[in-house]
Design a binder for this molecule. Sequence first.
Ligand code: G3P
Length: 214
Amino acid sequence: MKFFIDTANVDEIREANAMGMVDGVTTNPSLIAKEGRDFKEIIAEICSLVDGPISAEVISLDTEGMVSEARELAKIDDNIVIKIPMTVDGLKAVRLLTAEEIKTNVTLIFSPLQALMAAKAGASFVSPFVGRLDDLSHEGMELVEQVVEIYSNYAFDTEVIVASIRNPLHVLESALIGADIATIPFSVLKKLAAHPLTDKGIKAFLDDWKKARK
Ligand code: G3P
């Protein structure tokens, strides 16, 4: 399974990259706004750090606006993937951009039929949001299971990026289901590497080592 990092913070991307855990990056307008820097400048810097798909999201809500923003963003780097919201206008934009060989990631997917439509429109990636469904007492991972099954039934090439990941279990379940990608916040990525028995074991080994040297 590929690990993307869900952040626009270049320090986090650098550290996760040094761990060998960054196959790609996803950003969204909220994550970009948190950085307080120019959008295109951040995206260009991320592209210089990571050799993999980098998602940058459009702000327009109409097809024409989305397509023109997408064309500008796509000029930044060959690895740019345009994040498009899952709307009727969004689907039209995906179709046009796909014809221009610009990659797309259809975001804010909350139902399997939305994911089916995005794939039919030609999306390169879809992003089902598991955490936000869990927040409403819906099983976010059930959505991922259904999307993976539908894509496998019809051999769609669209890759599933599990998004809105909030904890390590979301990553584990994504891997067990066979989702292509999990896009993981840096805080969750660090939790994946940690285990209290690992820490306890290291401490015990070092204590024994020191005792034997007295
Ligand atoms: O990038 C989209 C997604 O991962 C957002 O996550 O935690 O804001 O629902 P969250």
